[in-house]
Design a protein around this ligand. Structure first.
Ligand SMILES: CC(C)(COP(=O)(O)OP(=O)(O)OC[C@H]1O[C@@H](n2cnc3c(N)ncnc32)[C@H](O)[C@@H]1OP(=O)(O)O)[C@@H](O)C(=O)NCCC(=O)NCCS
Length: 167
């Protein structure tokens, strides 16, 4: 399925997007820590970015690395593992563009659907995913620890390469 059409991405939005690997673990960990504290260790990022099935797309803007998305792509299925944008430039569309690029890449590799997990208290994350065509397909009860208790994880999914209808 190498000839699957990627999702449409505006040519004007292409500037600054760079796929990265384990050599960038320190920079990715630093941005992740600022964007979604406490983030993960550099070692965890090195391990994740070394996995052959993992794709990481970063974005470099005027202030340096300001966003990234990681996805695991295996056969006809893709999973968004993490997406993060520098708090200083949120709300300007970078999260959506990163996600669209990652879905386009997954589609080119043959993925037909994509899923992810998001904490039920992550309003910006849920809004971003809904905006990009994801719909809730399951709930994992008490999945994430929070001070004083646990909250649910929402599983969201969508089809790739078609009309964006959630799968
Ligand atoms: C989630 C995150 C990546 C969004 O990045 P962003 O660059 O601010 O997102 P965008 O500007 O592309 O917004 C895309 C859509 O999401 C929605 N959205 C984004 N932030 C929102 C907020 N704070 N409140 C409500 N909706 C929001 C909007 O609908 C927006 O669509 P619009 O452009 O048509 O208005 C960013 O908030 C972040 O890094 N959060 C910390 C890490 C995280 O929680 N990641 C997701 C879980 S893995």
């Amino acid at each position: 399925m190498q000839n699957r059409k990627p999702m449409p991405v505006s040519p004007a939005s292409d500037t600054g997007f760079v796929p990265v690997g384990p050599d960038s673990a320190m920079a990715i960990a630093e941005l992740h820590r600022r964007a979604d504290p406490p983030g993960w260790s550099v070692e965890s990022w090195e391990k994740q970015l070394s996995q052959p099935a993992v794709y990481c797309l970063s974005h470099v803007g005027g202030r340096g690395l300001d966003g990234f998305v990681t996805a695991s792509i295996a056969g006809c299925e893709a999973e968004i593992l993490m997406i993060a944008v520098d708090p200083a430039i949120r709300g300007a569309g970078l999260g959506r563009r990163l996600l669209e690029h990652a879905l386009g890449h997954a589609g080119m590799l043959g993925a037909e659907c994509c899923y992810l997990e998001v904490a039920a208290d992550n309003t910006p994350g849920m809004a971003l995913y809904a905006r990009c065509g994801f719909a809730e397909t399951a709930v994992r009860k008490g999945y994430y620890a929070r001070p004083g208790g646990y909250i649910d994880a929402l599983v969201m999914s969508r089809l790739i390469g078609g009309d964006g209808e959630a799968g």
